[in-house]
Every structure is written in structure tokens, then in C-alpha cells.
Design a protein around this ligand. Sequence first.
Ligand code: NAD
Length: 484
Amino acid sequence: MDETQIRGIVEQVLKKMMQGEIKLAPGAAQSIEPPAPKPAAAVVRGRGIFETVDQAVKASEEAFRALNSSTLEQRAAIIAAIRKWGKENAREIAERTIRETGMGRIEDKLNKMFSSSERTPGIEDLGIRAWSGDYGLTTEEMAPYGVIAAVTPSTHPVPTLINNAISMIAAGNAVVFAPHPASKNVFKYAIDLLNDAIMKAGGPENLIATVVEPAIEATQELFHHPGTRLLVVTGGPGVVKAAMQVPKKVIAAGPGNPPVVVDETADIRQAASDIIEGGSFDNNILCIGEKEVFVVGSVFDLFMREMTLQGMTLLDPRQIEALTKEAFLSGKGGEPLLNRELVGRNASVLAERIGLKISDDVRLLFGETGPDHPFVMEEQMMPFIPIVRAPDVKRAIDLALAAEGQRYHTALIHSRNIANMHEMARRSNTTIFVKNGSCLAGLGIGGEGTLSFTIATPTGEGVTTARTFTRCRRCTLKRYFHIV
Ligand code: NAD
């Protein structure tokens, strides 16, 4: 894929996203260039932003009571306001996020803002169940928990805020967020303005809240605060483990390391194109993003050629070795430790570290490695995809499952052999399994189904929606209202 084609695709995505009532910030539609660095205006206080965890939780309890005594119509109006705000502020938030975190690509950040605003289900997701018979009528309705403590990652702070806020408020809850400290300014900026939008739509103040100085200690305090009923964590293994030690209900969206198998029956051109789309999206910081590829030997060379033809940069073994030294530091026990400086950086930045000059428009580096390589086994979140040669599909699936490492997150296959697809789907046992598409299809972006940036893997709720954040309550009426 050349530069013009890539830009053509981006323009198409933007055009699609901007249909309907959507308005972008001035100048948003004209340029997809990364913004020139300028100092971020730090917002340290504002609507929904508190000095202490206790103040934030108490204000949220109040907001919950107000929401709980209002109508479903009111909830729907709040959600419509959040969606509108997300789309109208997409460009501003995307730029601020890149400036603050240094991770990702502007066009993909815009995509995440629009996707989370438009595609997160609202109150229609709640539904009810009812039984009517000789003995009367029983209904089951989905009730809120109260105040939720929600931890968000640095990789998509505001899209996760929008996605969680829509789902959790649709379910009738108030939320205190614990954003990653590396994204706190853009997060607080969004909390302030979103609360304003919620209040203008008739919602209570402080329906979403946070603290001035988010830090691990504050998150721990939030977890243990008697006012928080449910913990929802989206992040890496450390925070998942920390939440699971708290004696409260936890919904945990943990790390992934999604492997891809390409077998001899696959449409190789399409497979390469899908892997590029998913693996390069926002510089591979999505937890569902393609992280390593296992290609059957008979089509290996063809696949590698196709990746080059589509504009990606092939690294030779010496260059891969040099990049590995840059990308992984050595942990206490000599284990590879991710160099956070390179997480989510452009392919050109990675290339520069090994003395290679490439255009900023190149979305992905790739190259052949062995199956035990750190780039294969670690969740690396960088736009370099290791490609492993496998003698046959059985071995490719074995190696893919070893790399997935029982995170039960996401796995993918490109194949036209139903038996191979079935075998990998069953054995991988992942929360999301995609056949013949990019990982984005698994989240309803260019695929069917709902979207969430909180995919509950270790606790098993899957792609979360409003219903996930509810308690089921049954109400029985004896003798009456079986009216037929
Ligand atoms: P991270 O684990 O570094 O941070 C996540 C959050 O946890 C932050 O708010 C951080 O402050 C907090 N935290 C970390 N350790 C903690 C502890 N001991 N106690 C309390 N809070 C703690 O993650 P990140 O780098 O921001 O995000 C990337 C990770 O998140 C990847 O592993 C990715 O796969 C995962 N992720 C998963 C999903 C999903 O839906 N399953 C979605 C997005 C990201």
C-alpha cells in the first residue's frame, strides 16, 4: 500500500465518521497530520474533579441518588449528550492525548473517539425478562450497583472514559474514575467538559468524577472505599491482580497478546491487508491488536512479499536483533522488560533507533523471528510484528496458543478451511476470536457486534455493555396479570 492509498483509506474513515450530525473542531476535517507540539493547558480542577478520593466518592453517591430517582428518558438524554460531546471534541482530545502520552496516530485516535461515542450501546441494552402463567407474572429488571470505581489505561484514556461512562450510566450508576497517571491531564479535561455536557442535558452534577492527582495509592483507596460497590479495571496484569485482592465484585479487562495464524488456504493479500490494519492501528496499543503472526511454510514467502508490496518495511535478522535490544530492557531476573519509551511510537521512531530512516507514513515494521522471541511472547504494543514460520497449520496453532499464554483475550486466523478455523476457535478459548478479518472487526469496527474498550477477560464478562454493569432483580406478582 502506498502513501496515497493509506491517506485515501484514512479520508474514507473520517468521511464515514463525520456523517450525520457530527461537527468537528475548526479545521479538523482538513488535516490528518500529527499536531505540532504545543504546551498542554493543564486543568487541575473542574467539574467532577476532587482533592480526595473520599470527596469524589461522596459526590458520586449524591449523583447516583439523583440519577436513580430520575427517568430512563433522562438517562437516554445524558447518553446522547456524551455521544455528541465525544464526536464534537474528537480532534481536540486526539491531539491532547498524543501530546501527553506520546502514543498512537492521530487518525486512529479520531476513529476511537467516534467509535466509542457512536457504537457503545445505551439503555436499549438493558432489556427485561418476564414470565407470565397460571400463577401470575414475574419480571426481571437490570438494576444499578451504585458508585463504580473504574480504572482506565494510558493507551486509550478518553475513548475508555466515553465507553465506560455510556455503559455504566445507561445501567444507572455513577462512576469515580482512576485514570492512568500518564494520561491524567487529558482525562481531567474530558471529565470537566463531559460533566458540563451531562448537566446541560439535565443530568446531576458529578455523575462522573475523579481526583486531582490520580496515582496508584489513590486507586487503592478508591478500591477499598466503602462507597464503591463494583470495581471495573481496564489495564495490565498489575492492576488486575491488585483489584482481585479486594473483597468486592471485580470486572477485570486484562492484558492480551493476540496471535494470528495464516494457513495455506488463506487469501494472502487480504490476510496481509487485515494484519496491517489491525496490527498497526494506533501503533499497536490496542489490547486486541495483532501482536505476532504464524504463517504456514508453503505460503510464508508469498506472505512476506505481500507485506512489502503493501508498503510495510521488512527488517533483516541483524536489524531485528538491534530493535530487540532497544525495545526490551533486562528485568531483575534477566527477563525481558518492556521499554515504555517505545510503546505506541511510530514505526519511523523504532526504525530510527536502529539507524534506519523511513517515512512517517509507514505504519508497520515486520520480520522473521523464532517462536520464543520476546517480540512474540511479550505484549509489546509496538508497530513491529514478528512473523514466525510454521511447518503446518497444526504446529502454527500450537505456537499461537503458547504465545497467547492463557490470557484468554483475542486470537485470529486467516483460512478458508473450516476445519482449521474450528480447531483454532475451540482450542484458543479466547474471549474474542476473529476469522478472516482484522482485530477491529471483533470490536464491531468494520465487523458485526457491539463495541467496548473494556473487554473483560479474566473475569469472563467479555465485550462489556450496559447490562454488564447491572444487578439482576426479580419481581413476582402472584395470581394477577396473566391476562390471556
Ligand atoms: P497499566 O497496567 O500500566 O495501567 C492501567 C491502570 O492501572 C492505570 O490507571 C494504573 O495507574 C493502574 N495501576 C497499575 N498498577 C496498579 C496497582 N498495583 N494498583 C492500583 N492501580 C494500578 O496499563 P496501560 O499501559 O495503561 O495499558 C495497557 C495495558 O492494558 C495492556 O496490558 C493492555 O492489554 C491492557 N488493556 C486491556 C484492555 C481490555 O479491554 N482487556 C483494554 C485496554 C488495555
